[in-house]
Design a protein around this ligand. Structure first.
Ligand SMILES: N[C@@H](CCC(=O)N[C@@H](CS)C(=O)NCC(=O)O)C(=O)O
Length: 224
């Protein structure tokens, strides 16, 4: 049975998994979950039965499901050895995981849709203040990333050497979000160099927002 990925075109976490599946050359079917329509399909009873966290992505191998993008990607790494996403040496694997977590765990969740919604609906925050919130946390995270990647000898064409891996998988969707939030990126030359290298590869291009079957156009105001 073909594996399935519950995904939303602008979801950063789903985007990560789409890139990993493409890099691994694994076939999969995308099941769109619209995060905004009718209050968000992720909150429907049907979806919540599949994933009580009410978030995308959700991966299914036909028998079992896995949530959490990083867990899905580690699973893909274990079942498909080709195109490794993690380095060989334990110390390097730890570094790659740490930098990937900086993005996926420290930067991304603070700007998630439900967090932004809570700011506006429950705390009465204005649209401008919400935007400032997003830019503040993203720029803090990106500055730290730039420092780390700009000074580490393990960085090559990609974040670790000359093959794309876990850091790149997390970095590219975050840059899509930053660009969409109209952030200026001059302060992050290493990050942007890596981003531009990644975006030359079909695995990243095919996983990107506008290539998704549920894409609605880049002017859409949907949050990531
Ligand atoms: N830590 C989770 C994060 C998943 C997540 O935050 N998904 C977002 C889209 S990027 C979502 O489904 N948001 C829906 C909502 O906030 O209601 C992962 O890495 O999979």
């Amino acid at each position: 049975m073909k594996t399935q990925l519950y995904s939303f075109w602008r979801s950063s976490a789903a985007f990560r998994v789409r890139i990993a599946l493409n890099l691994k050359g694994l076939d999969y079917e995308v099941i769109p979950v619209h995060l905004l329509k009718s209050g968000g399909e992720q909150s429907s009873l049907d979806y919540a039965k599949k994933n009580p966290n009410r978030l995308v992505p959700l991966y299914s191998n036909g028998t079992h499901t896995i949530h959490q993008s990083l867990a899905i990607i580690e699973y893909l790494e274990e079942i498909q050895a080709s195109s490794p996403l993690l380095p060989q040496a334990a110390i390097d694997r730890a570094w790659v995981r740490a930098v990937a977590m900086d993005i996926a765990i420290d930067i991304h969740p603070i700007n998630n849709l439900r967090v932004l919604r809570y700011l506006i609906k429950n705390l009465g925050v204005s649209a401008d203040a919400k935007e400032a919130w997003g830019q503040h946390w993203m720029s803090l995270g990106l500055a730290s990333l730039e420092k780390q990647l700009g000074s580490d000898s393990r960085v090559g064409r990609f974040a670790y050497g000359d093959q794309p891996g876990l850091i790149d998988i997390c970095l590219v969707p975050q840059i899509f979000n930053a660009l969409s939030a109209k952030m200026t990126m001059e302060a992050y030359p290493t990050v942007m160099k890596i981003f531009n290298e990644c975006m030359k590869l079909p695995a990243f291009i095919e996983a990107s927002w506008e290539k998704q079957i549920d894409a609605e156009g880049s002017n859409s105001s949907t949050a990531p």
